[in-house]
Structures are given as structure tokens and as C-alpha cells.
Write a protein that binds this ligand. Sequence first.
Ligand code: ZN
Ligand code: ZN
Length: 158
Amino acid sequence: MSHPVSERLQGGCACGHIRYRLERNPIVVHCCHCHTCQRMSGSAFSINAMIETDQVTLIGDGVPTTSTDNPMMHRCPKCLLPLWGNHPMFGKDMAFVRVGNLDKADQLAPEVHYFTASKHPWVAIPPHVPAFEQGNEGDSVLGKEAQSRLNIVLEHKQ
Ligand SMILES: [Zn+2]
Ligand SMILES: [Zn+2]
């Protein structure tokens, strides 16, 4: 028996003030090897789960905060850990959840890799996973259901 998504996909910040769960599987999980993601993550890449913001439920007392510097990034107000961001292309109704904050982050393997032109040479991408040298070069990797979930968010974008 597999667990319901909401039991599987829970996460939180470093200090424990913010706890959340994803109510369904993400639309897509992507791994970005661009220089900005490398710098922001302090690592070789970032992994983000794209999901409708209303499918991210807070389950603790903590409420994420944003700063006027970066109104797109939602952080824990206490430990300041980034939790999820919005993207100008998708608006506030789409969350890019930082996969590493999930308790079982290993359950969300990247389904696509971007900006592999700046990928660190020691990072190996499995051969069956789509990878693009720059951003998504027009080839959509989304299945039908994922594409329609994405379209719903874009249609209602404010
Ligand atoms: Zn915290
Ligand atoms: Zn990036």
C-alpha cells in the first residue's frame, strides 16, 4: 500500500517553526544547474517541485514570510530558511517548493534538468531523464495531466 501523498510529502524549515505538506504530487520536479541556482543553494544545483500554491498546506503554527527585497521567496520568519518561491512567469498561484526541505526529499527525483551547460562536471544525469543545455528549449516534457494543471494556473494568473 502506498501512503497518501499528504503523508508522504511533508516538509519544513530548519528550526521546525514551519511545517507543511503537499496535498498531491507536484506537476513536475526540476533540477536547475544555472549559476544563480548554484549560488543561491550554495551547492551544485537546485531541485524544485512545481505545484499549485493551494496544494501546499501549512500544518504547524508557523506562517512563512516574504521580504520587500524578494517578495517572491517565502521563508521561515525565525530561521529565514527559503521554503518556496513564486516565479513571474507563473504568478502567485504556483509554488516552487525547495525539495531539499521535504522530510523524504529522495522521493522526488528530478524529471527534467535545465542549464546543463553550466552543470558541474562530476554531476551525472541518468540517461533517460530529459536535459536541456539552457532553459526549456520549447520541448515540453510534461505529460497530459501535468500540462493541463499548468494551463489552469496560467489561465487564472493575476
Ligand atoms: Zn525555521
Ligand atoms: Zn537555475
